[in-house]
Each structure stands twice: as C-alpha cells, then as structure tokens.
Design a protein around this ligand. Structure first.
Ligand SMILES: Nc1nc2c(ncn2[C@@H]2O[C@H](COP(=O)(O)OP(=O)(O)OP(=O)(O)O)[C@@H](O)[C@H]2O)c(=O)[nH]1
Ligand SMILES: [Mg+2]
Length: 248
C-alpha cells in the first residue's frame, strides 16, 4: 500500500475589498492541498478513523449540502449558540479559494482550508489529512464542511460520527426524492433559510415525508442562520450528541 504524500501547505493571500482592518497572517487560513487516496477499501479506513477519533474523544461531523444552502452561515450561527460549551474546529473543503476558512477565522473559530484538487468529495484518508492539518488533538468536535454537492459526498464515508445535511428553502422541497442517498446517509436534516418561507412554495410536510421514507431515523431541524431562529435548539442537540459520542 503506497502512503499518500504529505499535504502541501500555503497561506491564503486573499484580501477582501473594502476591509477596514489590515489582516495579519494569523487571520489567514492555512490551505492544504489534499492528496487523492490510494486505499481500495474506504469503508474500512473510515471505520478505523472513526474508532481512532472516538478513543481520543473527538466527534467528527460531516456537513453536506448543495452550494450556497448556508453551511458556513450555519457554523457561524452555531458558534454563538455553543457559547463556549465545546472545543471545536472546522475543516473547510472546497475546490478553490479560502473564503470560508477565512470567514470562520475572522469569527474566532479555528479553521483550515482544504483543497480537493478538483474532486467533489472527501474520503476517509483525505479527511485524516485535514484533521492532521487542523492540529486540534484536544477538539471535542471537528466539523468537515464538505464540498457543496448533493451527490458525491453522500457516496463516501469520511469517518464521521454524525452526517448532517442542509436543505435550504429556495432549493425546493423535491430534493429528498431527487437525491435520496444524501438523505439515506444523513443522521440530521437541517432545513435552512426558513425566513424565506413566505416567498417560496415549500411544502414542509412533503420534505419530511420524503426524507423519512428514505431514512426513518433522520432528525429534522428548522433554522434560519440569518435570523437565528431554531439555532439554539440545533446547537443544544449537537452539544448533547457530541457529549454522548465522546463518553460512549
Ligand atoms: N435569507 C437567508 N439567507 C441565508 C441564510 N443562510 C445563509 N444565507 C445566505 O446564503 C448565501 C450562501 O451562504 P453560505 O453560508 O456561504 O452557504 P454555503 O453552503 O456555505 O456555500 P458553499 O460553501 O459555497 O457551498 C449567503 O449569501 C448567505 O448570506 C438564511 O438563513 N436566510
Ligand atoms: Mg461554505
């Protein structure tokens, strides 16, 4: 079995137009170019990673959704609602840029930016490279914000203890029936942007029925990362799950 080469590291040089404060290099996200895994049995590798993380008291949450449904916005809102109850950090996976990791760092959330080299998902070995780069051995929770995509990320076990998917109201209520694997493999479904419900024809009953048909165990939360509605309930549920996982 060939070992993947060490991940390369560089600093983000992105400067936001109109930003008042001159940013120090401390604010800029470390960018890691992930090496494609050479392992044949990703499921076995993912199970191994999950057990390693459990033994060190770290819960890995794999956050998935289509682009723009509000993953980063939800993490920012959760940070406030966690209110210091968790030591946590975030791995931001994207094809390019360091926009998301920079945003989280600015909010004081430890974050690293992972580049997938054009791939639309992470597997367990790529996730392991990211965890190493984040360098938070004492983290109780590590969130992987997966690449925005409703298909590929659902096909690869990352070693996460919790799979959480976000569906935002403007995307439409037909997504659980069109992308069933995403909902079959998720433990938690978060419906975001509920502040836009008055504008869109979004049938909550249809989403719940279709998601639960694919996965009867799926837990559903309604939030607005913009207004904060529902965020405290979601944060409390996550803190409880992390606590249970890390002490099991
Ligand atoms: N109205 C409304 N807008 C929201 C809400 N949450 C996020 N947005 C907006 O949706 C857009 C995308 O949000 P992001 O948090 O960047 O979404 P993302 O899923 O992280 O996007 P990618 O990382 O590119 O896949 C931004 O303009 C947010 O301000 C919400 O609850 N309500
Ligand atoms: Mg994002």
């Amino acid at each position: 079995m060939t070992q993947p080469k060490p991940a390369s590291v560089r600093q983000s040089s992105r400067v936001r137009p109109g930003k008042q404060r001159r940013r120090s290099t401390m604010d800029r996200a470390k960018i890691i170019l992930l090496k494609e895994s050479v392992l044949e049995n990703n499921d076995q590798d993912a199970a191994q990673l999950r057990e390693t993380l459990r033994s060190q008291g770290t819960c890995l949450l794999n956050l998935m959704s289509s682009p723009g449904s509000g993953k980063t916005s939800t993490l920012l809102a959760l940070n406030k609602a966690f209110a210091g109850r968790l030591r946590w950090g975030v791995m931001e996976a994207d094809i390019d840029s360091a926009v998301d990791a920079d945003t989280l760092l600015e909010a004081g959330i430890p974050a690293v930016q992972l580049h997938t080299g054009g791939m639309c998902h992470l597997d367990a070995e790529m996730t392991r490279q990211g965890i190493r780069a984040l360098g938070m051995e004492d983290a109780e929770l590590i969130v992987l914000e997966n690449v925005g995509n409703l298909v590929c990320p659902a096909e690869f076990d990352t070693g996460a203890a919790i799979n959480m998917t976000i569906l935002s109201v403007p995307e439409g209520d037909d997504k659980p029936s069109k992308y069933p694997l995403m909902y079959e493999t998720s433990d938690i479904l978060v419906i975001n942007k509920i502040d836009t419900l008055p504008i869109f024809d979004f049938d909550r009953a249809r989403v719940e029925r279709d998601a639960k048909t694919r996965n009867p165990e799926i837990e559903i939360y309604y939030i607005s990362a913009k207004t904060g509605e529902g965020i405290q309930e979601l944060a409390d549920a996550l803190v409880q799950k992390v606590w249970e996982w890390n002490r099991a």
